[in-house]
Ligand binder design. Sequence first.
Ligand SMILES: [Zn+2]
Length: 110
Amino acid sequence: MEVTCDVCGKSFTIDVQIREREYKGEKVREHYFTHWECGTEYTGYYETAETKHLSEERKRIRDDVQLASRLGNEEEVRKLVKMDKKLKKQQLGIKKELEKYFKERGQNDR
Ligand SMILES: [Zn+2]
């Protein structure tokens, strides 16, 4: 995938790398990529036991939504979509918290 660098404005191909970090004693896998020309680092997302669990739950909900809509069960679809929104909010909350945490400690703390 090709993106444009926010810092230098050149486009480059993403090469995602993973590094392990620690957050309050828990292992976090940070998926990130770097623009090799100017050295700017971008974090794609953080993976923890909790975010992994949430992703699995959301995947299951997506499957259930497909099934429920095929069966024409609109009430069930609405319920599932609501559940999914809640999980998404949780995911975003975790991401924000981790971003803040790692920002305060600096990028080079591994
Ligand atoms: Zn750049």
